[in-house]
Design a protein around this ligand. Structure first.
Ligand SMILES: C[S@@+](CC[C@H](N)C(=O)[O-])C[C@H]1O[C@@H](n2cnc3c(N)ncnc32)[C@H](O)[C@@H]1O
Length: 283
């Protein structure tokens, strides 16, 4: 399956990172940075969980659970369910464990778990994580295989690669000025058009629901857009740069590139639209 075209991606010295991405762990995932925008980051889980039409699931797994904010949304709706959070970032899992010590937390890569797993769950859930995992054509049927009869696979991913805040990050990294300064090609998101997910899941599911939601974040200024992306999308770019001074320079150039696209409103704030894709497939 071909990933959505990422502007400039093909210009990197080597983009042969697809296999490596399965085991990719960002050393710089920071639960503190991520949760600076805890409400905005958790709202999609609230919206997705609200639409899962299953009354009393007993076994739930949250793939890419991060600091446990999405797992907590699942727990609020289904307090009697046995919850497992899975993530490959020790830093994120440490934060999750600290907030909810009694739930089960597993350090594992989603792709490897999907390949090896033999358990079934009433809800296989993932909010804002599967775009970090390549080869959705292989991954999604495997995730669906972990759904118990009567259960559901429910996931959400950002679908905003063509918006200035995402596009310019990639264009900048691929520019003549920046491409040679990367020590490795930054890992990019894998997100397909909705029809691809329909084609993958409809033959397996008894019912499937797909939708997009455009969230519009109200930020104090374009600097806050950079802060938002430093929590998730920017770290792979920053990690692939050699030192702090170069990272700071990249962030300055990124801020300069996005600023004209997010004009201040009369009250001085800026708006960042952010599209997300949701899917629920029932077994
Ligand atoms: C954007 S956070 C989402 C956190 C949380 N689910 C939420 O709704 O806010 C993405 C999480 O996915 C995890 N992740 C990314 N790629 C992964 C992979 N291949 N296997 C396991 N976890 C992964 C990251 O470590 C991170 O904690």
């Amino acid at each position: 399956m071909r990933a959505l075209f990422l502007p400039g991606e093909d210009n990197f010295p080597s983009c042969a990172t697809r296999e490596k991405e399965n085991n990719f762990t960002m050393a710089t995932w920071s639960s503190g940075q991520y949760l600076k925008f805890a409400n905005e980051r958790t709202q999609p889980s609230i919206d997705l969980v609200a639409r899962i039409a299953i009354e009393a699931p007993m076994r739930i797994i949250d793939l890419g659970c991060g600091p446990g904010n999405s797992t907590a949304v699942l727990a609020r709706r289904w307090p009697r369910a046995a919850l497992t959070g899975l993530d490959n970032s020790p830093a994120m899992l440490a934060a999750a464990r600290q907030s909810h010590p009694t739930w089960t937390w597993r350090e594992h890569s989603i792709a490897e778990w999907a390949q090896e797993n033999t358990e079934v769950f009433d809800v296989v859930f993932s909010n804002a994580a599967l775009h970090w995992v390549p080869d959705h054509a292989t991954l999604l049927p495997r995730l669906f295989a972990a759904v118990a009869p009567g259960g559901a696979l429910a996931f959400q991913m950002p679908h905003s690669l063509r918006d200035p805040h995402q596009r310019l990050m990639r264009e900048l990294a691929a520019s003549a000025v920046w491409r040679s300064r990367f020590t490795q090609p930054p890992v990019t998101w894998q997100v397909e058009p909705a029809a691809i997910y329909y084609d993958l899941l409809a033959p397996l599911a008894t019912r499937i629901e797909l939708w997009f939601t455009d969230y519009v974040f109200v930020f104090e200024g374009p600097e806050q857009i950079v802060e938002w992306h430093r929590g998730a999308a920017l770290p792979p770019f920053l990690e692939a740069l050699p030192d702090e001074a170069t990272r700071a320079e990249f962030l300055r150039d990124y801020l300069a590139a996005i600023t004209p696209h997010y004009p201040r409103r009369p009250d001085g704030k800026v708006l960042q639209p952010f599209r997300r894709f949701f899917a629920i497939a029932y077994r």
